[in-house]
Design a binder for this molecule. Structure first.
Ligand code: BTN
Length: 330
């Protein structure tokens, strides 16, 4: 909290400098404590210069998430009542699940600047350097466990809407929960649940959005199909401001979900780029090809195979294929 306040004072100083004495007085702490927080900020990657008789100065505009600023912009009922922000964790989903097991209330949010073991869908790794958004939300909805996938769709809607609102980019969703920008993946969601046969103990919705990192930080094989918000927008993004919009949208869409699952499914349909396309769906050792007809009331993909039969697919990886007509024309 003090670190955030120090950063705020440094970034808003007209001369660039703020003396240790001023910082101490404004924060109501000792100069030694100010120095300790400055050192901690240095460890988080911020370059702060100390000039005798002038004070401290921030050497480069920081790309850090500011917790106080984030909290100030939240208008939420449930999500974000309780926020944990960490410089690095293994996985925000793992930490959120641990907190949930210890009784963390619904709406607890865990945010990290980077992850050392970020988890993706289907057992994959989620590359998580600084500069992006990594967050997990603890929910305790009173719904049947088989309805849980709908909450991932709800999260994907919130992410796509937040990106649209904050950046004006046409963010969309590829089934089940990939966030797409200009035909490339820019984010994803991983939902993990702890449940009994008829009751959910807690759900953790994990969200990763590629915001400011350089695309070449990703492994070569996924670079051609990946992008970031900054790359599409042509400028660096204020992650605190984007996060604020995102947490507000998550709260809004969670309330919508609790009132009407159909309303969330409707919005998902509006934002998705899978329906109506010819797709290949791989998972469980098989790949099915057909036309994506939409999703059912539990969020499963309805696939029309070439022999006309309909299949409901609960999990898998979708590749959008070119239409047959287009293939033939090539
Ligand atoms: C995907 O494979 O598309 C889903 C990726 C989900 C990544 C996010 S980052 C925050 C949260 N913590 C994790 O370990 N994973 C999710």
């Amino acid at each position: 909290m003090y670190k955030d306040k120090i950063l705020k004072l440094l970034t808003s100083s007209r001369t660039g400098f703020v003396s240790g004495e001023d910082l101490a007085a404004k924060l109501g702490i000792s100069r030694t404590m100010v120095w300790k927080h400055i050192k901690a900020l240095g460890k988080e990657g911020l370059r702060i210069e100390a000039v005798p008789s002038k004070g401290y100065r921030l050497m480069a505009a920081p790309d850090v998430i500011l917790l106080d600023e984030l909290r100030q912009g939240l208008k939420t009922k449930v999500i974000g009542r309780n926020i944990h922000l960490r410089p690095e964790v293994e996985s925000t989903n793992a930490l959120a699940a641990e907190l949930a097991r210890k009784g963390a209330p619904e709406g607890t949010v865990v945010i990290a600047e980077s992850q050392s073991g970020g988890k993706g869908r289907l057992g994959r790794t989620w590359i998580s350097p600084r500069g992006n958004l990594y967050l997990s939300v603890v929910l305790r909805p009173n719904i049947a466990p088989h309805k849980a996938p709908l909450l991932t769709l709800m999260g994907a809607v919130a992410v796509a809407v937040a990106i649209r609102k904050h950046t004006a980019l046409q963010a969309s969703i590829k089934w089940p929960n990939d966030i797409f920008l200009a035909g490339k993946k820019a984010g994803g969601l991983l939902t993990e649940m702890s449940s009994e046969p008829d009751r959910i103990r807690h759900i953790v919705i994990g969200i990763g959005v590629d915001v400011n990192m350089a695309v070449d930080e990703l492994p070569a094989q996924i670079r051609p199909v990946s992008t970031t918000i900054a790359a599409e927008k042509g400028e660096a993004i204020d992650r605190t401001a984007l996060l604020q919009v995102l947490v507000n949208e998550l709260d809004h869409w969670y309330q919508v979900f609790l009132n009407s699952e159909a309303a969330v499914l409707k919005e998902w349909q509006e934002l998705n780029i899978t329906t109506g396309k010819r797709v290949a769906v791989s998972g469980g050792g098989e790949t099915l090809e057909g036309s994506a007809e939409g999703i059912d009331s539990e969020g499963r993909l309805i696939l029309k195979l070439d022999d006309g039969t309909l299949r409901q697919v609960a999990a898998g990886d979708v590749t959008i294929l070119k239409n047959r007509e287009m293939k033939n024309a090539e």
